[in-house]
Write a protein that binds this ligand. Sequence first.
Ligand SMILES: [Zn+2]
Length: 78
Amino acid sequence: MGCKRCQGLMISDAFIDVDDYSGHLWLGVWRCVNCGEVTDLGVAQNRRRQRSVVSGVIKRLRSRRRRVRRDLALQLSA
Ligand SMILES: [Zn+2]
């Protein structure tokens, strides 16, 4: 995984969130070794999931468009 800001190497790291009154909470993050950009692991996973959903929709639309063109070509040739 590359950094969004500088395309540098991202490594998995852990931070402690101390804002929670019930105690500290370890957060899994991706941290860029080049510029220090930090991305929450959950955010990164959600982005990946959204990207795969969008690419699935695009694939379905493209195959539907191909099917419509093929049907039109068949109708025109008949
Ligand atoms: Zn970076």
